[in-house]
Design a protein around this ligand. Structure first.
Ligand SMILES: [Zn+2]
Length: 158
């Protein structure tokens, strides 16, 4: 009888973590868990790692006419949309409202031909320089900002 009790009481006893040394037990194992949204991205690893996506997984993409420097519009890209933009010569966005990819110009004919793509300093915005065919805005204006100036108090240096 005595031996049985001893065995039963020993089995559920938690064993100390193998390999943990008394002084440094707390630090090491915890850090690796959270860093995984990058895997599965179609983008090169260093680009995927540099992107700072919002809670929907998207990054803002400012689109600019490459030669006149007009700021044409703002769209949103996830990793796949950015990858398509970087590899097909055509700008592709991800629509928040429709939850789908859309390639600029497919329905309107107002294609954006990619000239360059840059990632900003902290990784949460893209600058896409393009050659814009026709109107960038779905309302028919050349840019999304044409005729939409707000009244502001202007500033001057000095
Ligand atoms: Zn617009």
């Amino acid at each position: 009888m005595g031996t049985r009790l001893d065995l039963m009481s020993e089995q559920p006893a938690p064993s100390p973590t193998p390999g943990s040394t008394p002084g440094t037990a707390a630090g090491t194992a915890v850090g690796t868990a959270g860093s995984d949204p990058v895997s599965g991205s179609p983008l090169p690893a260093e680009i995927a790692a540099a992107l700072k996506r919002d809670s929907a997984g998207l990054v803002a993409a400012i689109v600019q006419q490459h030669d006149t420097h007009e700021v044409l519009m703002l769209g949103w890209m996830d990793d796949e949309a950015l990858n398509r933009t970087m590899t097909t010569g055509r700008v592709t966005f991800f629509s928040r409202s429709r939850q789908e990819y859309w390639r600029k110009g497919d329905t309107s004919g107002h294609v954006q031909w990619v000239k360059s793509v840059a990632l900003d300093c902290d990784g949460d915005a893209l600058l896409v320089r393009v050659d814009q065919v026709g109107a960038a805005c779905h309302t028919g204006t050349r840019t999304c900002f044409d005729g939409r100036s707000l009244d502001v108090v202007t500033g001057t240096a000095g």
